[in-house]
Design a protein around this ligand. Structure first.
Ligand SMILES: Cc1cc2nc3c(=O)[nH]c(=O)nc-3n(C[C@H](O)[C@H](O)[C@H](O)COP(=O)(O)O)c2cc1C
Length: 198
């Protein structure tokens, strides 16, 4: 079974992360890290409230939410987690959404939390890293950090919708973005109709 790390940071767009985890869990094991900033934003933007839960409380709530035992959860300050080491083999890692703070930490190797350390490991081991940076507009600092990472082979996949699939509602927009994120990791899916599909 494939194994992916999904990190959620405190940018807007946590719905994309939840849909991505749901889609990956269909065929894969997911190792989830959520930053403390993201925990608050998830509670604000979605129906999933993990605030004031312990680590064990988060695990049981998440397994209940996604109806699976294939989901593993780590706190962002737990640098002793297996994800901190290159010996933890995965098929790749997502940071969705990726805040400008975490983007900067990854681009500069400033690994003071588990999300940045795990990303650092993925880069040093030559594995697939997909970031979905969310900010509007981007400054030159943000763009330079993205360019630096893109040159290292990191996939920069911001949550930008397209409309050629003629989405009927927000769920279809979210599925389109999620499908593009799955494409970036070569994970098969059926979340949107491809251009020129019959
Ligand atoms: C409601 C809300 C929305 C935010 N949206 C963004 C965003 O879209 N992009 C971003 O870079 N930061 C955003 N921030 C700021 C980050 O949460 C903040 O920089 C935080 O330190 C990021 O920490 P993390 O990367 O460890 O999760 C937002 C903050 C709040 C409270």
């Amino acid at each position: 079974m494939k194994k992916y790390i999904v990190a959620v940071t405190g940018a807007s767009g946590s719905l994309f992360a939840l849909r991505l985890v749901e889609a990956l869990l269909v065929t894969s094991e997911v190792h989830l890290v959520i930053s403390s900033a993201a925990i608050k934003i998830i509670a604000y933007e979605t129906s999933l409230d993990l605030t004031s839960r312990t680590q064990e409380g988060c695990v049981s709530k998440l397994r209940q939410h996604f109806n699976t035992g294939r989901l593993f959860y780590y706190e962002d300050d737990c640098l002793h987690s297996p994800l901190s080491s290159g010996s933890f083999i995965t098929d790749g890692m997502y940071v969705v959404p990726c805040s400008m703070k975490t983007l900067s930490g990854i681009a500069n190797g400033y690994a003071d939390n588990l999300i940045i350390r795990a990303s650092d490991v993925i880069i040093k081991e030559g594995r697939r890293l997909v970031l979905s940076p969310r900010e509007m507009p981007f400054s030159a600092i943000h763009l330079e950090n993205m360019l630096k990472l893109a040159r290292l082979g990191v996939v920069i996949a911001p949550p930008v919708p397209a409309f050629y699939s003629q989405p009927k509602d927000l769920n279809e927009v979210i599925d389109f973005i999620t499908g593009k994120l799955l494409d970036a990791m070569s994970v098969q899916h059926n979340l949107f109709k491809r251009w020129k599909d019959a």
